[in-house]
Design a protein around this ligand. Structure first.
Ligand code: GRF
Length: 209
């Protein structure tokens, strides 16, 4: 059984997607061991509570130094025997210490087709604003492994979403979530939990379920 820690900062609809897909049995051999938020008022924490999932708020500003913060994070993850870290709308950069310790065991969902509209400054609605500004006809979402760069790790799954002429950043964000994010994140977790993913030369290879 794969033990997952889901990191969140906000609403947690992607967290909900994971919870629901575990409940329906779409995701097999995985459980959410813990939800970690950097914000104590994140609605995602309520979603965890409603589903009896252990939750913690850990924020760098509550620690005297970056090292102490990393130490607390590592201790927490080890305490819950975490195998996979899922960044689901987590707005902070993962400390390098954690990336090293959990190499190829941290995944992130990004609301565009990487390598477009990703990297520094591209988060939340800003991504969708930029897609509309450029006049793109398609956009989408990407799940990738997390490395030391911003959105530069090996790509696992991507799904395209049509951009409509009447789209606003908000309507596009909603459709990208519904049509892409809430699908490919649970799919990726299921693939990892069932040993269907291999990485070679920074590329991801997927075998049939
Ligand atoms: C999603 O669009 C995700 O791709 C991005 O932040 C948003 C989080 O939404 N990184 P939620 O908290 O899962 O509802």
């Amino acid at each position: 059984m794969l033990n997952i820690a889901v990191f969140v900062s906000g609403g947690g609809t992607n967290l909900q997607g994971i919870i629901d897909n575990i409940k329906t049995g779409f995701i097999k051999n995985a459980r959410i061991a813990l939800v970690i938020s950097n914000k104590k008022d994140a609605y995602a924490l309520e979603r965890a509570e409603n589903n009896n999932i252990p939750r913690k708020t850990l924020s760098q500003k509550d620690f005297k130094s970056h090292d102490l913060y990393c130490e607390a994070l590592l201790k927490t993850l080890a305490g819950y025997k975490v195998d996979l870290i899922v960044l689901a709308g987590y707005l902070l950069i993962m400390p390098e210490t954690i990336i090293k310790e959990y190499r190829n065991r941290i995944i992130n969902i990004h609301p565009s087709l990487i390598p477009s509209f990703c990297g520094k400054g591209y988060y939340g609605l800003k991504v969708h604003e930029a897609v509309l500004e450029r006049g793109c006809k398609i956009t989408g979402a990407t799940v990738h492994f997390v490395d030391e760069g911003t959105d530069t790790g090996p790509i696992i799954l991507q799904k395209a979403v049509e951009v409509l002429e009447e789209d606003t950043p908000k309507s596009l964000q909603s459709r990208v979530m519904e049509e892409a994010e809430w699908k490919i994140l649970p799919e990726t977790i299921n693939l990892i939990a069932n040993n269907k993913i291999k990485i070679k030369d920074k590329k991801v290879y997927i075998s049939n379920l």
